[in-house]
Design a protein around this ligand. Structure first.
Ligand code: UDP
Length: 313
């Protein structure tokens, strides 16, 4: 198949490119290299089935390829630190960018998969979060450029589905980690690993009792591909339900790296959700998907990668 991936040079996108190339597909990788990195797909640049286009999805995209079978629309900054630095660009990637990709999918008769987020549940009043939960989001808070634009992206695709019968898929991605996370992207796993390796203070925000549920990137890519090739529209939660406090994660990473780092406690950022765990019954039932990599194993792989590659930008 001919497959377009926006955000294809990013953390999750580049792993998706690798998988689809291995499976023999032709992959067009679109990325403006805002938070993505060319080095993530450097090894693919000379592959006959791979084409890289430096492009911002907010702008119209002209393709020389006549036929496109599938579009994975991942392009957006996803780390709170990152998207709060570029709120307008983030809001537009998920709104205007999603519109451009939906139009392209309509024109090419392609299926489009949109990667929404667990953040669409905001500070959840239901736990774990099922897809049927509408969420508790601050529409004008510092996270709204991200969570509200993802929610709008979902709504826009549903509109295309209802009006044009467009083949759409919506997934809500929960916290994902693994090799190729940027050392400086500000997320908890990349921060804690690089701080531990360098024996610098581990920066726990708040009291560290807030929870997240972390999914290894290989499992996430598998879920995305299963969803794309299913009959489902979604939304479907994709994530690992193994919920941990941030303190537990800090201790685990400290132990695995045999670090001398101390924990340091900093203020909890505004609107930082206190709990998060996906209910993945639907993904299990309709996609036969379930994460396989345990946190300890995934962290070991990520730590090994960071030791070797973490410092190169
Ligand atoms: N966090 C932390 N220290 C850090 C980075 C993040 O304690 O150096 C916390 C953050 O406050 C949040 C959780 O870890 O409660 C996950 O943060 P992240 O930015 O990775 O993703 P989020 O789930 O908030 O989008």
């Amino acid at each position: 198949m001919k497959i377009l991936i926006t955000g294809g040079a990013g953390f999750i996108g580049s792993h998706l490119c690798d998988r689809l190339i291995t499976e023999g597909h032709y992959v067009i990788c679109v990325d403006n290299l805002g938070s993505g990195r060319l080095k993530n797909v450097k090894h693919l640049l000379t592959h006959k089935n791979f084409r890289f286009i430096k492009h911002n999805v907010i702008e119209p995209l002209q393709l020389i390829e006549g036929k496109i079978d599938q579009i994975y629309h991942l392009a957006s900054r996803a780390s709170p630190k990152d998207y709060q630095e570029y709120p307008v660009e983030t809001a537009l990637a998920n709104s205007v960018g999603t519109d451009r990709m939906a139009k392209l999918a309509n024109e090419k008769n392609a299926t489009i998969l949109f990667t929404s987020t667990s953040e669409s549940y905001g500070e959840p009043k239901e736990h774990p979060q099922k897809e049927s939960y509408w969420g508790n989001v601050n529409p004008v808070g510092i996270r709204s450029c991200y969570d509200e634009s993802k929610r709008f992206g979902e709504a826009l695709l549903m509109a295309y589905y209802r009006e044009y019968n467009l083949n759409i898929k919506i997934v809500r991605i929960f916290n994902t980690y693994g090799p190729r996370m940027r050392k400086d992207d500000g997320r908890v796993i990349s921060n804690f690993i690089s701080q531990s390796i360098e024996n610098k203070p581990i920066t726990v925000y708040g009291d560290g009792n807030q929870t997240r549920s972390f999914c290894y990137v290989g499992d996430m890519v598998e879920g995305l591909i299963k969803m794309m090739n299913s009959k489902e529209i979604g939304p479907k939660n994709l994530g690992n339900p193994n919920e941990r406090t941030i303190l537990e994660v800090a201790e685990k990473i400290k132990n695995l790296t045999k670090s001398k780092s101390e924990l340091t406690f900093l203020p909890l950022p505004e609107d930082d959700p206190t709990i998060r765990q996906p209910d993945i019954s639907k993904a299990r039932q309709f996609l036969s998907w379930e994460p396989e990599i345990k946190l300890e194993e995934g962290l070991k792989r990520t730590i090994t990668w960071f030791k070797k590659n973490g410092n190169s930008v």
